[in-house]
Design a protein around this ligand. Structure first.
Ligand SMILES: Cc1cc2nc3c(=O)[nH]c(=O)nc-3n(C[C@H](O)[C@H](O)[C@H](O)COP(=O)(O)OP(=O)(O)OC[C@H]3O[C@@H](n4cnc5c(N)ncnc54)[C@H](O)[C@@H]3O)c2cc1C
Length: 466
C-alpha cells in the first residue's frame, strides 16, 4: 500500500478516537484515523453470537456529564433509537438482595450484620476531623469512611472481586462521585422507616440502544466520518516517534505531524526509545464477558432488575446484568428468550481458569437464584478483554502526568480509557470528551487548559459540562 501524509493521525476508532475524528471533521484540518478491528467502538462495541443474541463487552450504561456528548448520542441513533430505563441495581448477599448503594440500605441486613455495620459507621464518623487522616490507600479510605463493619462485609470483598487487586495497593483519589458516602442520620432514618434509598448516583436513569447494543452508537458515528479518512483493519504495528512515521498491518506507511493515540499506553510506550524495555508501573485488570442466552421468561424477581453485584466467593463474577431487560431485541426471539451477562475480572493477583469459567458461571447463577432450569440455556458466549479496567495504582498521577507531558513534547497525545489510564474519566462520555478536547488543544495550539476532562477530572465530574 502507498504512503500517506497527514497533519493529525488518530489511532483507534473507539469513543476517544471517534470523539477526536468528529471534532477534526468540523475543523478544516487534515487528518486520518486507523483502527485495528473491522468495526468501531473498541471496548464499547457489541457482538452478535451464533444463536442471534447481542452482547456488549461487559455491562455498559450510558450516562453523560457533557451536553455535546448528548447531542452526538441523539445524532447517532435519533430520538427514537433508545429505550429509557430507571436504574434498578442490587447487591446479592447471604441469600438476599440489598438495594444499591449497599451502605445506604443497611436496614435490609439481618440484625447482627446491621448492628456491626452501624457500629463501624458510628466509629468512622466519630474519628472524622480528629487530626491527620492517615489515609494512604483505598483500603484506608474504605475503613476511615465506612468503618470495619461495611468494609469487611461488602466493600473489601467486592472491590477485590471487581478490581482484582487488594485495595491496599490502590490509590483512592479517583473516588469523587463514584462511591456513595453515607450520612449517618439518613441511614438511621432508613432503619426506622425501612424505606429503601435507591436514587443515589449519576446513573439513576439511563438510555440504551433499541437495537444492536452499545456498539450501535459507535458504528453509527463512525459511518458518518468521511470515508477516505478512516481506515479499518489497520493495526499500528510500529511507530517511529523521531521520524513521526507509523506502519500498519495492512501495509500503510503514514507520516504525521501530530499523533492522537487511544491504544493502551503500555503498548504505545514500547515504541518510545526512553521507555522501551523498561518495567512500567502501569497496572490493569482484564475482564471476561460471559453471555448466557435462555429460552422462556426470566424469573419474576429478575423482570425489572438492571444489574446485580456479587461480593461472595461462590461466584466467579462481580456483576451480572439482565441484558434482555435493556432491549427485547438483545435476544434472537424477542418475548420468547432472555439473557444474562456476567463479568469476571483477572489480574496477576487473581488468576482465573478460562476453560472452566462458563461452567462455573452457570453453576453460580443457579446457586444465586438467577437460573431456575439449566436446560433452558440455548447460548453460551465468552469474550476476553485483556485491558478491562485501568487500575488506579499508588502513585499513578505522579507517574502518568510527566509521561503524558514527555510524549506531548514529541507531538504524541495519548488519550482515552487506556491511553491516559485514568479510571475516573474512562467512561464513554469521558473518553469521547478526551478525544474531542485534545483536538481543540491541537487546533488552537494551546495547553492543558483545553483538556479539563483529563487535567481537571474532579471539576468535570462534579458538574454538567456545556
Ligand atoms: C467491563 C466494562 C464495563 C464498562 N462499563 C461502562 C459503562 O457502564 N458506561 C460507560 O460509559 N463506559 C463503560 N465502560 C468503558 C467504555 O468501554 C470506555 O469508556 C470506552 O470504550 C473507552 O474508549 P476509548 O476509545 O478510550 O478506548 P477503547 O474503547 O479501548 O478503543 C481503543 C481502540 O483502539 C484500537 N486499537 C488498539 N490498538 C491499536 C493499534 N495498534 N492500531 C490501531 N488501532 C488500535 C482498538 O481496537 C479500539 O477500537 C466499560 C468498560 C468495560 C471494559
Amino acid at each position: 500500500m502507498s504512503d500517506f501524509c497527514t497533519d493529525i493521525l488518530v489511532i483507534g476508532g473507539g469513543p476517544a478516537g471517534l470523539g477526536a475524528a468528529l471534532r477534526l471533521s468540523e475543523h478544516k484540518t487534515d487528518w486520518l484515523l486507523v483502527e485495528a478491528e473491522d468495526h468501531f467502538g473498541g471496548l464499547a462495541g457489541s457482538l452478535k453470537d451464533e444463536q442471534g443474541f447481542t452482547w456488549d463487552l461487559g455491562g455498559h450504561v450510558l450516562f453523560s456529564h457533557y451536553d455535546t456528548f448528548d447531542r452526538f448520542m441523539n445524532v447517532a441513533l435519533g430520538e427514537d433509537g433508545w429505550n429509557h430505563h430507571q436504574r434498578e441495581s442490587w447487591v446479592w448477599m447471604k441469600n438476599r438482595f440489598v438495594p444499591y448503594p449497599f451502605q445506604n440500605n443497611l436496614h435490609r441486613l439481618d440484625a447482627v450484620d446491621r448492628e456491626r455495620c452501624l457500629a463501624g459507621l458510628q466509629w468512622a464518623t466519630s474519628q472524622m476531623g480528629r487530626g491527620p487522616s492517615g489515609i494512604g490507600n483505598f483500603n484506608d479510605w474504605i475503613l476511615a469512611t465506612f468503618g470495619p463493619g461495611i468494609a469487611n462485609l461488602f466493600l473489601r470483598p467486592y472491590n477485590f472481586k471487581v478490581w482484582a487487586y487488594p485495595p491496599e495497593t490502590m490509590d483512592y483519589h479517583w473516588i469523587g462521585e463514584r462511591v456513595s458516602v453515607p450520612n449517618l442520620g439518613e441511614i438511621r432514618r432508613a432503619m426506622e422507616t425501612g424505606e429503601d434509598q435507591v436514587s443515589w448516583g449519576p446513573n439513576r436513569t439511563f438510555r440504551f440502544p433499541r437495537q444492536g447494543g452499545t456498539g450501535a452508537i459507535w458504528q453509527s458515528l463512525g459511518r458518518r466520518l468521511e470515508s477516505g479518512r478512516v481506515w479499518l483493519k489497520q493495526r499500528v504495528e510500529h511507530l517511529d516517534a523521531d521520524e513521526k512515521i507509523v506502519r500498519t498491518s495492512g501495509g500503510m506507511t503514514i507520516r504525521y505531524h501530530r499523533l492522537i493515540s487511544t491504544m493502551p499506553l503500555d503498548q504505545l510506550l514500547k515504541w518510545i526509545p526512553s521507555f522501551a524495555g523498561q518495567q512500567l508501573p502501569l497496572k490493569y485488570s482484564s475482564v471476561y464477558m460471559i453471555g448466557i442466552g435462555l429460552n422462556g421468561q426470566p424469573p419474576a424477581h429478575l423482570k425489572t432488575k438492571c444489574w446485580m453485584y456479587f461480593p461472595e466467593s461462590n461466584s466467579p463474577y462481580y456483576r451480572v446484568t439482565v441484558f434482555s431487560n435493556y432491549s427485547d431485541l438483545n435476544v434472537a426471539l424477542p418475548g420468547q428468550q432472555w439473557s444474562l451477562m456476567a463479568e469476571v475480572s483477572e489480574s496477576p493477583c487473581k488468576r482465573m481458569e478460562p476453560t472452566r469459567l462458563v461452567a462455573q458461571t452457570i453453576q453460580a447463577m443457579t446457586e444465586d437464584g438467577l437460573i431456575d432450569d439449566v436446560s433452558s440455556i440455548c447460548s453460551k458466549t465468552i469474550r476476553f478483554l485483556p485491558h478491562g479496567y485501568p487500575t488506579p495504582f499508588l502513585g499513578r498521577d505522579q507517574w502518568i502526568h510527566p509521561v503524558l507531558a514527555k510524549l506531548a513534547k514529541k507531538d504524541i497525545y495519548s488519550r482515552g480509557r487506556f491511553g491516559a489510564w485514568k479510571y475516573e474519566v474512562a467512561n464513554q462520555d469521558h473518553s469521547f470528551a478526551q478525544g474531542s478536547e485534545c483536538v481543540e488543544r491541537l487546533v488552537h495550539e494551546g495547553g492543558e487548559e483545553y483538556e479539563p476532562t483529563l487535567f481537571m477530572s474532579n471539576v468535570v465530574n462534579s458538574r454538567r459540562n456545556p
